[in-house]
Write a protein that binds this ligand. Structure first.
Ligand code: TYD
Ligand code: ZN
Length: 412
């Protein structure tokens, strides 16, 4: 007997419970994007990778939910591994302490990873506590003295934390809401944990940037929801909260940072309504914008395949840079394997020596990449394009060229 499938099909929208869900983009069946494989192991499981949209509230989401225990308990992603992220979280800590949670106050972070935000909070005198389901990341944080509870956040966990520690001045969740299936339970937890006039701060990738820049590769099984301000505002409102501030951020291909408090607790910035209106004008609440997007995704794949095939036919050596989750969506969707791209360089020691899931391209250290000096290198971590091109100025100086894959493949 085979094991039961470790996923469920989405039948109701996780924001509004509406049952009218329309397909918008089918990326095929792909393996889990962070499941890099050891050479010689059997074929990895594949799961449908399909975007759907709720006709009622507009939330864009995946058509299935893979068991979170499968995806997040052994989650190798380390936030502190990226220098640009360190700066980002230091600035966030500064803003939190300056405006909402002064030294001495209690702040809880959902999805605290290896403590990349806890650290600058603690350094500023905040009593910061993390909640993190990935065992390895939680252990790294605790070993560094950054207190972290190793569990998935839920209303139950929030109640326990509140009993033990009291209410939080601020609750923070960066790059977490998109990973959460039961968003309404998180809202109940927030209600239990947050002070009367406390602030919830969340960062999520922004759907408008995904659509505008054809960032289809940021679609993978870990990302269950793709937020615009409209559906997000509704999620909060249904739970008695109110979005009072929204800012766009350049991080992760374009994100938003939203601030929410209890209804009526704080003045609501004019940008909140303005962004919802702009989303409506951009057609985010009808089908046409998504048909256009699906066509652009298809063209993007054609352009990338054509460019790589042409370079290969001319006898050029091709490699990739950045063994990313998004890279695995892109490689699988575009059907790019080792016959086109010989290897992918990445600085993460845990990924080196493994193969990309589904496409089986070897991940190697930068040393190998520099030795071999491939003629063209596909940027699979395009969100760090500037940092990588600067870091590997040596490769470029010797005549190497990077290819930026989206919206349309381009040699840079
Ligand atoms: P990330 O941007 O987190 O992408 P995803 O969420 O799609 O996995 O991944 C960044 C990857 O790129 C990570 O494996 C480290 C690697 N990287 C380098 O190898 N060198 C670099 O200079 C940078 C900035 C990243
Ligand atoms: Zn909905």
């Amino acid at each position: 007997m085979s094991a039961p499938p470790a996923f469920r099909v989405v039948e109701r929208c996780r924001v509004c419970a509406g049952g009218s869900l329309e397909p918008i983009l089918d990326l095929g069946a792909t393996p889990l994007a962070n499941a890099f494989v050891r050479p010689g192991t059997a074929t990895e499981d594949r799961y449908a990778l399909e975007l759907i949209r709720c006709a009622t509230c507009g939330l864009v989401q995946l058509s299935i939910v893979v068991d979170p225990e499968v995806m997040f308990r052994s989650y190798a992603y380390s936030s502190s591994a990226s220098p640009p992220l360190l700066e980002h979280f230091d600035a966030l800590a500064e803003d939190l302490v300056g405006r909402f949670a002064p030294a001495g106050s209690f702040v809880a972070e959902i999805g605290s990873n290896d403590g990349v935000l806890l650290r600058p909070l603690v350094a500023r005198g905040v009593r910061a506590l993390g909640v993190e389901p990935a065992g390895e990341q939680a252990a790294i944080a605790n070993a560094a003295g950054l207190e972290t509870v190793n569990t998935f956040f839920s209303s139950g966990v929030a109640g326990e934390l509140e009993s033990a520690r009291g209410r939080a001045r601020a609750v923070v969740a960066t790059n977490v809401l998109a990973h959460v299936d039961d968003l309404r339970d998180v809202m109940i937890g927030l209600d239990r944990l947050l002070d009367r006039d406390g602030v919830f701060v969340a960062e999520v990738p922004y759907l408008v940037d995904l659509l505008d820049h054809v960032e289809y590769d940021t679609v993978y099984h870990e990302h269950l929801s793709y937020f615009a301000v409209g559906p997000l505002r509704r999620l909060f409102a249904d739970a008695g909260f109110e979005l009072f501030e929204v800012r766009r951020l350049p991080i992760h291909g374009g994100s938003i940072r939203v601030h929410a408090g209890r209804k009526g607790a704080r003045p609501v910035g004019a940008e909140v309504e303005a962004m919802v209106e702009a989303e409506e004008r951009a057609g985010l609440h009808d089908a046409s914008a998504y048909r256009r997007f699906a066509e652009r995704v298809f063209r993007s794949r054609e352009a990338l395949r054509e460019l790589l095939d042409r370079l290969k036919a001319k006898g050029h050596g091709l490699a990739g840079y950045g063994a990313t989750a998004k890279g695995n969506t892109l490689l699988n969707y575009c059907r790019i394997g080792p016959e086109l791209i010989e290897f992918i360089a990445d600085t993460t020691p845990q990924k080196q020596g493994l193969l990309t899931p589904g496409t089986r391209i070897p991940v190697v250290a930068e040393a190998r990449f520099l030795e071999q000096q491939p003629d063209y290198t596909l940027l699979l971590a395009w969100n760090y394009a500037d940092a990588i091109v600067r870091r590997r100025a040596d490769y470029v100086a010797r005549g190497g060229r990077f290819i930026h894959p989206i919206p349309l493949a381009k040699v840079i």
